[in-house]
Write a new protein. Structure first.
Length: 307
């Protein structure tokens, strides 16, 4: 059995999504994760995870999933063990035979394209258990990335405090989303630049929770999320980028990435996800030359990752 889930990029709503703001997020073409399950001849469950550099994680679990026999990373193995034990409790028939699982990322883990969220989506597809149940028992977060991975389409996602008859509660709120068209005509004038400073999303969330939240900013970010999907030219899109950076800067009390590092760049720059690491989005055809001159090696054209 083989399953696939795409990676993701959050275009708007970083941090604010945790407080109910709408967020625009997209799947990444050619950058996802596969999960392959086959029978194991030994009476145990064997897990191997690969990315483009090769094997990065391996673990062996006992018959019945009572214990971790061996692993290359204790904390990773413990988290995976918890997930598999829960799936075993809910769907014991899936464990009637012993299996070997191999996952293959199509991007380096440090990129932040969603190795964890795509894994949750894959386990949900295999087990038939709600991805939000699995997320709540493991990585946590807002859940937007899982919605993207399950849909494989751009989504506008929101965590609502209002009970929704068709949605499952997640961390006391109700994830709602709708798919949307997001394929700007000017995509070839947008670039993704990897800063090579991987951020820990869980620690960033913890820091954010300590802030006093301005509800007006949350509402404005929700409106900007809608605006991002409706812009028809690059100038309008850049205005959204500038305004969004300004609002999130106020929300978390930190200067934008452009203020900190790229003041002389002539166009808009926007952080994607947790500020300070992973990828940024830069407008303008000058981006490749500008960022190469600053020794940034990973520069992707936005149109090449759009599904």
């Amino acid at each position: 059995m083989t399953y696939y889930a795409p990676g993701k990029l959050m275009i708007s709503g970083e941090y604010a999504v945790l407080e109910g703001a709408k967020t625009l997020a997209i799947p990444t073409k050619h950058y996802g994760q596969y999960l392959n399950i086959c029978n194991n001849t030994k009476p145990q469950y064997h897990w191997r995870s690969y990315d483009p550099s090769g094997l990065w994680f391996e673990a062996v679990f006992s018959n019945g999933l009572d214990e971790i026999i061996s692993s290359s990373n204790a904390s990773q193995a413990k988290l995976l063990h918890t997930l598999l034990q829960y799936i075993h409790q809910q769907k014991p028939d899936l464990f009637a035979t012993h299996w070997l699982v191999e996952t293959q990322l199509q991007f380096p883990r440090a990129w932040g394209f969603g190795s964890s969220s795509s894994l949750i989506a894959l386990l949900a597809k295999w087990s038939g258990i709600s991805p939000f149940t699995l997320l709540e028992k493991s990585f946590g977060g807002s859940g937007y990335d899982v919605a993207v991975a399950m849909e494989n389409k751009p989504v506008i996602y929101q965590l609502s405090g209002l009970k929704h008859p068709d949605k499952q509660a997640y961390n006391g709120k109700y994830p709602t989303w709708e798919t949307t068209n997001f394929s700007p005509d000017f995509a070839e004038e947008l670039y993704l630049i990897y800063l090579n400073k991987k951020q820990n999303s869980r620690s960033e969330i913890k820091k954010f929770r300590q802030n006093i939240i301005d509800e007006n900013i949350i509402d404005e970010i929700s409106q900007l999320t809608e605006n991002f999907t409706q812009t028809t030219d690059l100038k309008q899109f850049e205005i959204c980028m500038y305004e969004h950076e300004k609002l999130v800067s106020q929300l978390i009390g930190r200067p934008s990435i452009k203020e900190q590092m790229f003041k002389d760049y002539p166009h808009a720059i926007k952080s994607l996800g947790a500020w300070g690491g992973d990828f940024i989005l830069a407008a303008g055809t000058e981006a490749p030359e500008y960022f190469k001159a600053k020794s940034y090696e990973t520069i992707l054209n936005f149109k090449d990752i759009l599904i």
